[in-house]
Design a protein around this ligand. Structure first.
Ligand code: CEZ
Length: 797
């Protein structure tokens, strides 16, 4: 049998892509994810699953084997033998051999293994001992249920007698009450619990909670088992005692940790195939389970569910497809990147109070998919602004939602993001009517125009500066855990100062480009303020060859070469390029310093050297493990800011080199440990301190990086950027890409483009439908029409 490549990318029937992994051990942490507006599940190639649903706050239906803290989805989520999962034991009743599928918990070497990730489903194709097994899972458009399909085919020419045991973990549900048994009427194992509480008020609050977990089957089981401990017995998960008997014992769980196991004895004639369908999920009561059963169990119901789920995810189609010589790059940009962007914009990382900076940036990305969603999101964010101009820590998306976790810590930067992200919405739509939308405040019913809300946010930022004209950092800016630089009310942030100057400049530029009504005096004040901040940053924070990160409450400048750790931070350099604070000479110094101290094979680290001990006038960031998250990882959100700034500075080659590096690929998979289906929030850094772990993916697909990568691809690399007059053509191809073609959907018009770098011209040539275009703006593109665009650019800039 020809050796399968470890990872392969195929195109799928639904026109999407299919990424396949042919080993459960080479990339043991490899995983895929599925979601809808109410739930998300991360599925590991070995069968482990990390899943949660919203009611409206995040909740579990398949728990760890012991009480677990409720928290936001963590980076580097690790697996362990009793980690929640969806497994299938398979016993050959003739030989007695038992294996488990897709691999855990028994870890028996299989004849062939394939873990396949599609847009709307995750599949395993396995061959072993003459059997072909296919396991597939998908979610539904908007219900709380996992739809599993299991099929086994006898590839031999002899009869095979087998037993199949789906083993779906339920885990430790509640210290107050947990149990499970088989419900014949539903043909399901139903686990029941009571969400623990002690306050009377919570009794009434918890009435609607979905405290049941169900495992439904389309086939009546030969026997069943619902008791985790007794199922394992002395054999443990590697050789469960319950499987040693001919039949499972039909054992309940009574204030014992539940599990859902069924046994299906099956005689398979040669070439005979047997299919099973299973549904798994949370429910409030048996009536709800019956409705789910009615809706999704059955061949037609299943196909209908799969199609509607595909249709839901296909809404995530974005406005750009590219065709370069790099198959992996094209596959990721055309399929997986828009998918991850849609996940962020459509379900807001499945939070009821997304951090304001995340909410605005994630919805900036939606402007490339469905700009009406962006419009509504920007209006909602401003409706929760205070009348003094302060933007909230988080945007509440549900009437019962509260600000939780990090949103209870005051951060100073939330006002900069709308003026910065608004440009993408206006470039994609030219919808200046948004600026006249009348919106109230969180603390006043008085309505003011969108423009006025922006002005209040910018004024609030300008006033939140110290005697030097630098921005107070409070307990954090973009960098959440930088919480002790300014908690005494005096510390300032270089990044936020520069981001404020950039936001002021962006707003003035937008007012010019889209002729937005703003008083001349206010316009001049903003231009002046931006320059004043840039000057103040240069006066107090330029140190040697780069900008420091800030000044502490006690006046200590940090993030300079004088320190042993945290010598250089990426963000101040990036945003000094964006805000215009850095001269060409300074830019050259910074790019050199970044090149020697921060660049790794996976991209730019956000600071170096990583902190290895607490620094009390900087804060929590220094306590994170070196190379992890903000403490010097390749934090992709910060890295893509740098890529975007390099494009603004015309550094097209370095920009593309760093953009390409952060994209997961077949080539870097054995370093990152992940499949090329999402950009993680970070890759391990501390490259010079802990090289062994460097490059490892966090596997966390929640990251503000995505919308910025997409912006770089559409507006910079391809240079097909909207403006007030139409579509501006200004591609920034690296010298390594001589030709790039593709499609760009712009305000309803489909532009089929080809961009070529040639060395026989000195100025760019633009042809639209073979007509030479004067200048570089396509002004009369009509919605619904198709256009052929040819762009020839001089090879050497
Ligand atoms: O959260 C992210 C935030 O969602 O950290 C980014 C910040 O810009 C994003 O808005 C950088 O700080 O609290 C913590 O220590 C966590 O590290 C969070 O800061 C971090 C989570 O890991 C999610 O990535």
């Amino acid at each position: 049998m020809p050796k399968l490549p470890l990872i392969s990318i195929d195109s799928a029937v639904d026109g999407f892509s299919r990424v396949k992994l042919s080993s459960p051990t080479k990339l043991p942490d490899a995983r895929g994810f599925l979601w809808n507006r109410a739930m998300v599940m991360q599925v590991n190639c070995r069968g482990y699953v990390n899943s949660q649903f919203m009611q409206p706050e995040p909740a579990k239906y398949s728990y760890a084997p012991n009480m677990e803290a409720k928290s936001f989805i963590q980076p580097e989520h690790s697996y362990f033998s009793h980690h929640p999962g969806r497994f299938f034991y398979l016993k050959d009743e003739d030989s007695g051999e038992i294996i488990s599928l897709p691999y855990e918990p028994m870890r028996v070497k299989l004849d062939s293994f394939s873990f396949e990730l599609g847009n709307s489903d995750i599949t395993w194709s396995i061959k072993h001992s003459g059997l072909q097994i296919t396991i597939k899972v998908n979610l539904t458009k908007d219900d709380l249920v996992e739809c599993w399909f299991f099929s086994v085919t006898n590839l031999t020419d002899t009869v095979k007698n087998i037993s199949i045991f789906p083993y779906f973990s339920i885990g430790y549900m509640s210290w107050m009450n947990q149990s499970a048994t088989y419900n014949e009427k539903l043909n399901a194992i139903v686990a029941d619990s009571v969400t623990p509480y002690q306050k009377v008020t919570d009794y009434f609050k918890n009435q609607q909670l979905k405290d049941k977990t169900f495992f439904l089957s389309d086939t009546a089981p030969t026997a069943w088992h619902a008791n985790q401990k007794l199922f394992e017995g002395e054999g443990g998960l590697h050789q469960p005692t319950a499987l040693q008997a001919d039949l499972l014992g039909n054992v309940e769980a009574r204030y014992e940790t539940p599990v859902a196991v069924m046994q299906f004895q099956q005689r398979l004639s040669p070439s005979e195939q047997k299919n099973y369908q299973f549904l798994f999920g949370p429910a409030k009561d048996e009536a709800e389970i019956a409705i789910i059963k009615e809706k999704y169990l059955g061949y037609q119901q299943r196909n209908k569910a799969r199609e509607s789920y595909q249709d839901y995810l296909n809404q995530g189609k974005a406005c750009l497809t590219v065709n370069s010589d790099d198959v992996g790059f094209d596959d990721f940009v055309n399929h997986w990147l828009p998918r991850q962007m849609f996940y962020h914009g459509d379900v807001n990382r499945l939070s009821t109070d997304p951090q304001t900076r995340n909410y605005i940036q994630d919805n900036m990305g939606m402007a490339f998919i469905n700009s009406e969603v962006t419009r509504q999101a920007f209006i909602l964010a401003l409706s929760q602004q205070a009348i003094n101009g302060a933007m909230p820590e988080g945007v509440l998306l549900h009437q019962d939602a509260e600000l939780k976790y990090i949103n209870q810590v005051p951060h100073a930067d939330h006002g900069v993001w709308l003026p910065i992200c608004l440009s993408v919405y206006l470039n994609e739509t030219a919808d200046v009517s948004l600026l006249n939308e009348m919106i109230a405040f969180t603390d006043s019913a008085q309505e003011q125009s969108f423009t006025c809300h922006i002005r209040l946010a910018l004024d609030y930022l300008i006033n939140a500066t110290d005697h030097r004209g630098l921005s107070f950092i409070e307990q954090g800016d973009w960098c959440d855990p930088m919480n002790m630089v300014g908690y005494q009310g005096k510390g300032v942030s270089t990044w936020l100062s520069l981001a404020t100057a950039y936001a002021l400049t962006m707003w003035c530029d937008l007012c010019d480009e889209y002729d937005i009504a703003i008083e001349r005096k206010k316009y001049d004040e903003y231009r002046f303020a931006a320059q004043a901040i840039n000057d103040a940053v240069n006066e107090h924070l330029w140190h040697g060859q780069w900008f420091a990160r800030g000044i502490t409450d006690d006046g200590r400048v940090f993030g300079t070469n004088e320190e042993a750790e945290g010598k250089i931070f990426l963000n101040p350099q990036t945003w000094a390029m964006l805000s215009g604070a850095a001269s060409e000479h300074q830019q050259a110094d910074m790019i050199t310093a970044i090149g020697t101290q921060l660049i790794t094979p996976l991209g730019a680290m956000m600071l170096a050297p990583s902190y290895t001990a607490m620094v009390e006038d900087i804060g929590r960031i220094t306590q994170k493990h070196p190379g992890v998250s903000e403490n010097g990882s390749v934090y992709n959100h910060a890295a893509i800011f740098y890529v975007y700034a390099l494009y603004q500075a015309g550094q097209n080659n370095l920009a593309f080199e760093l953009l390409h590096k952060m994209l997961p690929s077949l080539e870097n998979a054995e370093v990152t440990g992940q499949l090329p289906i999402y950009v993680p929030n970070y890759y391990r850094g501390a490259y010079h301190q802990f090289p062994k772990q460097a490059g490892r993916s966090s596997h966390l697909f929640n990251t503000g990086t995505i919308s910025w990568i997409y912006r770089c691809l559409v507006e910079e690399l391809c240079g097909l950027k909207g403006c007030a007059k139409g579509l501006q053509i200004a591609p920034k191809l690296p010298t390594t890409i001589k030709k790039l073609s593709g499609q760009r959907l712009f305000r309803g018009a489909m532009v089929n483009f080809s961009i070529e770098q040639v060395d026989d011209i000195f100025t760019m040539e633009v042809l639209l439908d073979k007509q030479v275009i004067e200048g570089n703006v396509l002004t009369h593109l009509q919605s619904g029409k198709n256009y052929q665009l040819q762009v020839r650019v001089p090879l050497h800039g």
